[in-house]
Design a binder for this molecule. Structure first.
Ligand code: HEM
Ligand code: HEM
Length: 296
């Protein structure tokens, strides 16, 4: 949980670099102004850029500890693999961060760095969820799902549309794409997430493990839509002539990135809880006597 929380802080720190246009304030990597250990003067954009690197190093260290700890103490093989996957992802993320500096912030690299950041955050949240005491000790309350599309399918679809939205948002933010694909796709996200949350709440609200993430997802989605409109106003409608990053734009865009990360992670948690508590009922797929005379 601590690594997941630290990663959330890191996402905010990273978003502050982008929103403050500070990506190239430190022009070299892996060194900072030619040195590995010397602290630079934390002034102007260097404060954001070097600060982000320091938080990233801390999270990197936490991830190394987490991977080794998981490898040594976990009984579940796939959890050990997840620990190693987290380590691989954070290393790739660090390299992408360095690459984007060395190649002067190409949109493709910066957008991949933005998307992988949230993927890594989701991995840390999943590790926290699966190592939680409640998860290990509690017997799941199971209800079979006979409806189509199943709630499991809807939760996977939610993750998919959110991921597309993240890529479109990151591409726009890093000047690789216009704003309209992201804003148009927000309508798709709204429909799919509302459908998923309403289905979960109307059918399975008795299951706390499903009800809580469904309510959280719906609330975060509404907050995210409001923040999206504010980010649009401050960045696109009013901000395109700004000579330097202005505070309302910085606050609204950073909040939009942060809530986006929370929303994606909540959708992942909901999918895992639904997978456990509301599995798909396959009985109806077994042919009846009329359909299968051989069995009869
Ligand atoms: C290791 C974990 C790391 C994570 C989770 C992370 C996360 C992030 C996030 C979320 C952003 C904001 C993206 C956006 O708002 O669209 C960002 C931006 C940035 N990060 Fe990282 N980062 C990490 C490591 C690094 C490292 C080691 C560097 C080394 C230089 C770095 C350099 C940058 C730069 C330059 C930007 C601004 C890119 C731009 O404005 O185009 N990051 N990071
Ligand atoms: C629930 C729906 C939405 C989600 C999940 C979402 C998510 C995101 C994410 C994750 C980013 C940043 C990607 C990165 O890390 O670089 C972003 C950027 C952005 N989004 Fe959204 N968004 C949503 C709806 C909207 C709406 C409705 C609008 C506008 C009407 C909007 C406007 C923007 C703008 C302007 C940016 C770029 C900000 C910048 O350039 O600094 N978003 N969105």
């Amino acid at each position: 949980m601590f690594t997941a929380c630290a990663t959330f802080v890191l996402i905010i720190a990273g978003a502050l670099v982008t929103s403050n246009d500070a990506g190239l304030s430190v022009p070299d990597w892996p060194t900072t102004f030619g040195s590995i250990y010397k602290m630079p003067h934390m002034v102007g954009g260097v404060e954001w850029e070097h600060g982000h690197r320091m938080v990233a190093e801390f999270v990197g260290l936490l991830t190394i500890i987490l991977a080794i700890w998981t490898w040594r103490t976990e009984g579940r093989r796939w959890m050990r693999i997840l620990g190693v996957a987290a380590l691989g992802t954070v290393i790739a993320q660090g390299i992408l961060g360095g690459m984007t500096v060395l190649f002067y912030l190409p949109p493709a690299v910066s957008s991949t760095h933005a998307a992988l950041a949230q993927t890594f955050f989701c991995i840390t949240v999943v590790i926290a969820l699966f190592t939680g005491r409640r998860r290990i000790e509690e017997q799941p309350r199971v209800e079979f799902d006979t409806r189509r599309p199943s709630l499991v399918t809807l939760t996977w679809l939610s993750i998919f549309v959110l991921y597309v939205q993240l890529i479109l948002g990151a591409m726009f933010r890093h000047r690789g794409l216009g704003w309209w694909p992201h804003v148009v796709h927000a309508a798709v996200v709204t429909v799919v997430l509302s459908w998923t949350a309403i289905r979960a709440l109307s059918q399975y609200s008795r299951i706390e493990a499903v009800r809580k993430p469904a309510i959280t997802m719906l609330s975060l989605m509404m907050a995210q839509l409001c923040l999206g409109f504010t980010a649009f106003l401050t960045r696109v409608a009013w901000g395109h002539n700004a000579v330097q990053p202005e505070l309302p734009m910085v606050i609204s865009t950073v909040a939009h990135v942060a809530v986006g990360a929370l929303l994606l992670a909540t959708a992942v948690v909901l999918a895992i809880q639904v997978w456990r508590h509301v599995p798909v009922a396959f009985e109806e797929r077994i042919p009846t006597r009329e359909q299968n005379p051989v069995a009869a």
